[in-house]
Ligand binder design. Structure first.
Ligand code: BG6
Length: 257
């Protein structure tokens, strides 16, 4: 029975890869909406997939979220002794401390005996503050570093769930609702066709930077995130993305085909 289950997931992985038109899909069994342990398994699968793609010198940009926090928990030192530098992809995005990218990169560095840098940027900065912050030498260095990222590992959120979590002001919330956003990644909100509806103004990785990143890993699961995953995978970088997900999201996604 175990073999059967494994081959079933392999089939599902293949099908989902075709449907989403992306580089690779890894599915863990179960649904993380129903069972917290499934999120941990996604974390484990992601940590091990990351290792496969490390090079001798790595700049690894990481987003926030509870799924990325689960990835950090599962990381272990690299026996090949490759250099690992963890870096937050974007500045403050209104998360609880344990789910902030800054916290997660510190954890990843601790678990792998690697290094990390923090991005100290306030949440959703004003236009003026943004303009002066990007001129700060420390921030300039950080942005240069992000442009040279060798790997990006990011979460995906259901748009309305992220609106609630981030407590956006009324105007922003309305814009996201009116734009019929379904998915969110890196602080960008996307509609079902993958069109950008709104972008949180903060320092860090811009969607365009992804063009130069050789390895992109998205990790997100739970049936409730199916539409969000689909929207985010429609982005240009989708074609070279490795998606780590769970059976719950995968089955919900395939249902529509
Ligand atoms: C946030 C990121 O911290 O986590 C988002 O800024 C991401 O880009 C979200 O979509 C995912 O959160 P979770 O808890 O569902 O993994």
């Amino acid at each position: 029975p175990i073999m059967k289950e494994v081959s079933g997931l392999k089939h599902l992985e293949h099908k989902l890869k075709e449907i989403l038109n992306i580089q690779e899909v890894i599915i863990v069994s179960g649904d993380s909406d129903q069972n917290e342990l499934v999120k941990k398994e996604m974390g484990r699968a992601c940590a091990s997939r990351m290792k496969k793609s490390f090079t001798s010198n790595n700049i690894i940009a990481i987003t926030g979220g509870s799924t990325l926090a689960a990835v950090a928990e599962m990381m272990t030192p690299d026996i090949e002794g490759r250099k690992l530098m963890f870096f937050p992809a974007r500045g403050g995005l209104g998360e609880y401390v344990e789910n902030q990218a800054n916290t997660i990169v510190a954890k990843m560095a601790e678990k792998t005996m690697g290094q990390y840098k923090l991005l100290h940027v306030p949440d959703q900065v004003s236009e003026d503050a943004y303009a002066s912050l990007v001129e700060e030498p420390a921030i300039k260095d950080a942005l240069e570093m992000l442009k040279r990222a060798t790997m990006v590992v990011h979460g995906i959120g259901d748009a309305m769930n992220m609106v609630k979590r981030r407590k956006h002001d009324q105007e922003t919330t309305q814009k996201i609702i009116d734009g019929q956003a379904v998915g969110e990644a890196f602080g960008y909100y996307f509609d079902a066709d993958g069109k950008i509806v709104h972008k949180v103004r903060t320092i860090g990785l811009q969607l365009e930077y992804l063009q130069n990143v050789p390895c992109i890993i998205a990790v997100a699961g739970g049936a409730s995130k199916a539409r969000a995953i689909q929207a985010v995978m429609k982005q240009e970088q989708g074609r070279k993305t490795i998606l780590i997900t769970d059976e719950g999201a995968a089955r919900a996604l395939i249902q529509d085909y």
